[in-house]
Design a protein around this ligand. Structure first.
Ligand code: TRP
Length: 327
């Protein structure tokens, strides 16, 4: 079975766009691959090492989102990055063979510096973000990595590091291939990309009322003011959202919106109901899991154990190849 490795930074809860794009693809992958899925809590430190107070709870929230969305710890190894010492170990070794020019050129790190306003305080750790990511992948000899487009430069560096390591110390790591997620961009309630920081997201924990409220505030066609004004579905984010999540009534919706037979309020109520149908079962499982967080930590502890077994094996081979095996 091909080995897949993928992580997500523990920065808190997931929204519906994450679910539809990332979690659904994880779910498919775990059926036919040997998957290592983890919470990248160490990567969170690269943009704010002093903000550690929330990391544990953020990891818990993320874990609960994954488990209630159908990521199955029986099928995939689900674990916490910081609980596998191999990530720290390999990071140091790989940093020795990574030219700093590769890191300084990395456009995704540059974007992070801009987005987090870190121009005057770029740490060694942030520059090393892609090296840590390479360690995550190579520690398990990952062959495929599911990522979004913004992560491509990181994966390119992982491949270059693998090639360089193999060149210096002998064939050890496969060069991991990308598994690009193909999904339409999902917009938030304000029409921009759905994102936690823009406060326009619908969360997997939102209750029916909250979903309804958020959807009712969404912007539709600005020219459709009265219920029976003819609308322009092509500029309406409610219409688009219907389509993205699958719209069996697409044809009728298009004609009825254009003719003025379908009002925005009704159309939005339909969208809220559909979103709630997707979210409700997840939300219920979330709540049940959160009643006993100890059980969630226990599940992750099992995953950590499994990940450590593979990591130790590969680490042994690395020590041998590098010439640091003393005993
Ligand atoms: N950088 C990734 C992101 O922000 C998270 C990540 C960390 C990751 N390590 C990884 C993804 C290894 C894939 C493989 O989305």
């Amino acid at each position: 079975m091909p080995r897949i490795v993928s992580g997500m930074r523990s920065t808190g809860q997931m929204h519906i766009a994450h679910y539809l794009s990332v979690l659904k693809s994880y779910k498919e992958m775990q059926e036919k691959n040997d998957c290592y899925f983890f919470f990248a809590d160490l990567h969170v430190l690269t943009t704010g090492a002093e903000k550690t107070a929330e990391i544990k709870n953020n990891t818990l929230q993320l874990a609960v989102d994954w488990l209630s969305s159908g990521i199955d710890p029986e099928k995939a190894t689900v674990f916490i990055q910081s609980q596998v010492p191999g990530h720290y170990q390999l990071y140091l070794l790989l940093s020795m063979i990574t030219p700093k020019g590769w890191l300084e050129r990395n456009p995704t790190v540059k974007d992070m510096i801009r987005d987090y306003n870190l121009q005057d305080s770029v740490g060694h750790g942030l520059l090393g973000y892609p090296v840590l990511q390479a360690s995550d992948i190579l520690l398990y000899k990952g062959e495929m990595v599911p990522i979004g487009k913004d992560q491509r430069p990181h994966l390119e560096i992982t491949r270059e590091i693998a090639r360089r390591f193999n060149g210096i110390f002998g064939e050890t790591f496969p060069e991991p291939k990308e598994y690009l997620r193909e999904y339409p961009l999902i917009k938030g309630t304000d029409g921009q990309k759905m994102s936690k920081s823009l406060d326009n997201a619908i969360y997997l924990s939102d209750d029916e009322k909250t979903i309804g409220k958020k959807v009712s505030r969404m912007v539709t066609d600005p020219e459709k003011i009265r219920r029976d004004d003819p609308g322009h579905p092509e500029v309406c984010s409610v219409y688009e959202f219907h389509s993205v999540i699958g719209d069996p009534e697409k044809e009728a919706r298009t004609t009825d919106c254009k003719s003025g037979d379908l009002g925005c309020v009704t159309c939005k109520k339909g969208l809220s109901a559909k979103l709630n149908d997707i979210i409700a079962p997840i939300r219920e499982k979330r709540e049940a899991l959160l009643e006993k967080p100890a059980n969630v930590w226990e599940i992750l502890a099992e995953g950590n154990k499994k990940a450590n077994i593979t990591a130790k094996e590969v680490w042994g081979e690395i020590e041998e190849k590098v010439g640091l095996k003393y005993y």
